[in-house]
Design a binder for this molecule. Structure first.
Ligand code: DGY
Length: 345
């Protein structure tokens, strides 16, 4: 009987879909990541046809070692994430193994957290909460400009996006509700390369959102943005995209928000920029090296930086939708059918 390996319980809804799939299920019964050995041992089973794996679980990193361990009938590895930076997709495809992921269903949830980080960073919420919790409120009594931050409805606001896919666009729709209607913000974005029909693409975006939207190069998103939002996928071209050079290009009054992957922003350079007032503040849902980010980390210690533990897609409905897509990809893949969402590189 063909089998599907599930490296973590994915919630009752998706587990019931798996249970009625007709496959034998090998489920990690612990409420913790399994060991790497457990994963490799089960993948080697000649009856294993597919696996549901988790982003952020070290046991599930899809590298040469894991691919070499796969038995002859493994046809699909399905990740419970839209991002696939933990997967060597090319090497998997070369072995005839499809990679499934969960695009689309988490756009709204990640956009919600991105907007939250924009507002928290602009209004200096990390500083405010820290001083209240440290019992320092009375030492900084009310005054007209105490604990203030830059205005999101400022009349000449520019919002820059690094990557302008679905999540950036969902973020923009939300942000427009906070910005000035009489003086709408200007939107800049950068993406891997300009297309020959770039002008009409930007015109279509501008019409869709009712504001001026333009693709520019890296330097201009940095120099002109009052709010710079990182929402691109991680690949060799985007690692360290925001580095010291980028941060020194940014306005001293600008904020940076990263809800993509930690390595797109160089942590040391960002800590330096915050410390030296090169930028106003930062909001991060992701940090290089996560989850091993200690309380001593300079970004965690900075009152100019909000750090969240990668909760972008973390609302219950979204996680259930991701779980369903993850298991349906695995079931289809195990049957040798087209996946609902396959990673193509
Ligand atoms: C994703 O789905 O890629 C989110 O970042 C959660 O890992």
């Amino acid at each position: 009987m063909p089998k599907i390996l599930i490296s973590r319980h994915v919630g009752d809804h998706a587990m019931s879909i798996l249970s009625s799939s007709g496959f034998d299920l090998i489920v990690n019964s612990e409420d913790a990541a399994p060991s790497r050995e457990w994963v490799l041992k089960h993948l080697a089973d000649p009856e294993m046809a597919a696996m549901c794996l988790m982003h952020g679980q070290p046991s599930d990193i899809v590298d040469e070692e894991l691919l070499n361990a796969c038995g002859p009938n493994v046809k699909c590895l399905s990740t419970f994430s839209v991002g696939f930076d933990h997967i060597n997709v090319k090497a998997a495809n070369e072995r005839g193994i499809k990679i499934g992921h969960t695009p689309g269903v988490l756009d709204d949830a990640v956009a919600d957290v991105t907007v939250m980080l924009v507002l928290m960073t602009m209004r200096r919420v990390e500083n405010g909460i820290s001083l209240v919790k440290a019992g320092e409120w009375a030492q900084i009594p009310w005054a007209p400009f105490v604990n203030c931050g830059p205005s999101i409805s400022h009349p000449s606001l520019t919002i820059s996006f690094i990557g302008f896919g679905r999540i950036s666009q969902a973020t923009l729709s939300r942000l427009l509700a906070f910005t000035s209607t009489s003086h709408p913000p200007r939107i800049l974005y950068t993406s891997s390369r300009a297309r020959p029909d770039q002008v009409s693409i930007d015109q279509a975006f501008s019409e869709k959102f009712g504001v001026e939207i333009k693709r520019v190069e890296r330097e201009q998103v940095a120099k002109q943005g009052d709010i710079v939002i990182v929402l691109a996928s991680q690949n060799p071209q985007t690692v360290d995209f925001v580095n010291k050079e980028f941060l020194t290009w940014m306005k001293k009054t600008a904020i940076l928000v990263n809800c993509a992957r930690g390595p797109l922003v160089n942590s040391e350079d960002l800590a330096w920029a915050l410390e030296n007032d090169e930028i106003y503040g930062a909001g991060l849902d992701v940090v290089t090296g996560e989850p091993n980010v200690s309380a001593d980390h300079p970004l965690v210690k900075s009152r100019k930086c909000v750090v969240l533990p990668h909760i972008g897609s973390g609302d219950y409905d979204t996680r259930n939708k991701m779980a369903e897509l993850c298991v349906r990809n695995a079931i289809n893949g195990a049957k040798g059918e087209a996946l609902l969402a396959e990673v193509k590189v």
